[in-house]
Each structure stands twice: as C-alpha cells, then as structure tokens.
Design a protein around this ligand. Sequence first.
Ligand SMILES: Cc1ncc(COP(=O)(O)O)c(C=O)c1O
Length: 444
Amino acid sequence: MTTLKLPTNGVPQEKLISMMRDFRADDSDWKNAKTWSLVYYAGEGLTDLLKEAYGMFFCENALNPMAFPSLRKFETEVVAMTADLLNGGPEAAGNMTSGGTESIFLGVLAARERARAERPQINSPEMVLPTTAHASFYKAAHFLGVKPVTIPIGADYRADVEAARSAVNDNTILMVGSAPCYPYGVVDPIPELAKVAMERGINFHVDACLGGFMLPFLKRLGHKITEFDLGVPGVTSVSADLHKYGYSAKGASTIIFRDASFRRHQYFIHTDWPGGVYASPTMTGTRPGGAIAAAWAALKHLGEEGYLHLASITIETTKKLIEGINSITGLRVMGKPDMSTFAFDSDEVNVYLLADAMEARGWHLDRLQLPPALHLIVTQSHSGIVGPFLEDLAAATAELTKQGKTEATGMAALYGMIGTMPDRGAAHEIVLGVLDDLFKHKPQ
Ligand SMILES: Cc1ncc(COP(=O)(O)O)c(C=O)c1O
C-alpha cells in the first residue's frame, strides 16, 4: 500500500468542497436515472426534506435512546407504521437498523438464539433458503455459524416448496422466503413455505427489503400480490428497507417480529462491564440519529398518498420497460416479475457484452450470473427515460447481433469467467484479488 499522510495544514472549506465536486465527475449518473440500483430517488423536494431532517439530528446518537427521546419517538413510530403496513398485529415489535443486511443478520440471529434457548440439543444449526435469497443471508450464516441449506427455484423462479419441506430437518432453525427476490423480482410462495415452518415450530423470515414499501401499495392499487407479510400464519419476522422504496436516506431499514418474544432473541445485553450495563437492540453500537430522523420524515411527509403515487408511476414505468425489452429481438424478460425489479437474458447476444455496450452509452446495468442476465430496479425517476433507454438497448443489441461478437474483454470477460468457472474456490480467489485491488490506495 502506498502511504498517504494527513495534510499538515487543513484544506480550506471552499477548496475542499470544490475538489470533492470534481472527484464526482466519473460517478454513475443516478440523478438522470442512468443507474438501475443503488439510488432510490424521489425528486429534489423530498431529498431536501431528508437532508434537513438528517442534518437536524446529524450529531445525535441513538445508542442511548434515553438520552434522545426524540429519536426514540422517531424509531418507535417508524417501526409502528412499518409494522402496520406489513399487517403486524398490535403485538408486533421491531427496530430500525442500518440497512437490509443488518435486518437480515438480526433475523438469522434471533432464529439461532431462539433455537439455543428452546432446542439446546442443536449443535449445528441450519437454515433453509432458496438460491435466490439475498447474498446477505449467506453473509449472516457465515458470521453466525449457521449452515445455509439451499433449495432450488421452479421454472417460474420462485422457491420450490416441496424441496424446502424435504430440506428441513431436526437442525433447522430458520426458513427464508423473499418478497420479492433481488434477481428476478418474484415473490416466493410465502404462505406455503411459512406453513412448513409453522408445522416444524421454527422461525420464518421474509426478506421484504425490496418489497416492504412497494408491495403493500401495489396491493392497494389493485395488483394481485401473493400474501407475504406478518398477516401470513407462520411468518415470524420481516425485513423492509426504508432506504430503498421507502425513499429515505441511506442507513435505514426495519426488522419487524410477530411479537416481542421473538425480538428478545436479537438483543445483546452485557450486565458485568465496568463501562456500565450495556444493552444493544441491534448489531451496531452507535446509531446515526440522522438516518432515523430522515426515515420518520419520509414516512410522515409522503404518507399513504405519496407512496401510492410513487408506486403507481414506478409500476407503469416497469410495464413499459418490460414490454419494450420483450419487443427487442433477442432479449427476454425472465419470469413474471411481481413488482418493479426484474432481469432479462438473451440466447442471441452475450449479455455481459451488452452491459459493456450500454455502459459506453452511459447506462449502468447490474450483471447477474447463473445464468448470465442483466438487472433493473425501476424507480419513479426512470419514468422520464424509458424511450431513450429502450432505443439505446435496441441499438446495442442489434450491433452485437450484427457483429456476431461473443469474445469478451474487460468487465464482460471477468463476469463471464467467474460465472462459468467449474472450480468455485478459484472463482473465490479471483474475487478476493478484485476486492484487494479495489480497496488499495492508488496515488493519482
Ligand atoms: C432483496 C434484498 N434483500 C436484502 C438486500 C440488502 O440490503 P442492503 O444493501 O441495504 O444491506 C438487498 C439489497 O439490494 C435486496 O435487494
């Protein structure tokens, strides 16, 4: 690593801000809706409000809710409103977290700890999850010493219930379903899966990180949506991200349990510390007050009417994009997406080359693997770019088809290689190298 020293004298504010502006030059252009993930933007009005709310509580720390009753009010109200949206009864209990990964981590932790308390004979806990469950479940499993047991999906890209039933055994502490899954945007058969979990007396976590603030509104708009939330018997916890379709500031998600007895298993308490009695509801210690305040402001400001409006624009935009992509010769949307996230693949062009070609036109598309596909998360901000995006996509596809080019270079080569390497250990090594390189300081 090359060294970088702190500047001897501080850089003046104006110069610094100007430098930081310049550094953004190569960043993805989310504001003009050129990205299809990472940023959920509901316009300048809401963004200004989020900044103001965040700024107002910028210094406050929700580590100790007794010190900041305002933050406690915000968090408990955000959780109560979310629980209501997700059909939790008056007994529902939850917390705000830093994001989907932390919420999922807590769902897995609570299941493991419940099993430790109620089924101490289990030495090697397992969780059953579809291949399409978010990678953060594997991360949580890795951190928490839980074995992930993966079950296949059907031709419709939804979890196979019979496979799930067969995978459950005496060591299973948790079953998982997504609403919807990240790759294909379809909701798993939650009622059927949760029934299996209930029969076995184990936790069932629904990952509604993407759908938690979209599916309830689509339902109200008359869309047919599989039941997926705490209204389903057997569902014990749901994660729903405020910083996705809740359109809040980053660093905000929720985990909601059926009741406080399930939530207790996520708490960490250390009563014998010279530093005082330490009680922490979630994974992090210090929790930024700004993210909590901004989430409260988003929910209160948008209200049901605001979210319905955003959901309606988003789903109409998604419909146009799906129709448009399916009408481009060679491209095909995979399955029947339930909301505004989906993937498309192709038998005729190498989709990784297509992603590179779109990148050259300024569009940042996410790449999927197993099988190769490209991915879109649609938000209201894409409503203004459907035409230009589809035109570019059609032109890039036609060019690649004409060239008959399949040999990949750059990003396409990397993705193609990693996805098809039979030796997954070697693939792991390559990705380790990529990460090392990404986080290496390079003098410029
Ligand atoms: C379905 C799903 N679950 C969980 C996550 C993880 O959320 P986060 O990136 O906020 O940790 C994501 C992120 O895209 C997701 O799509």
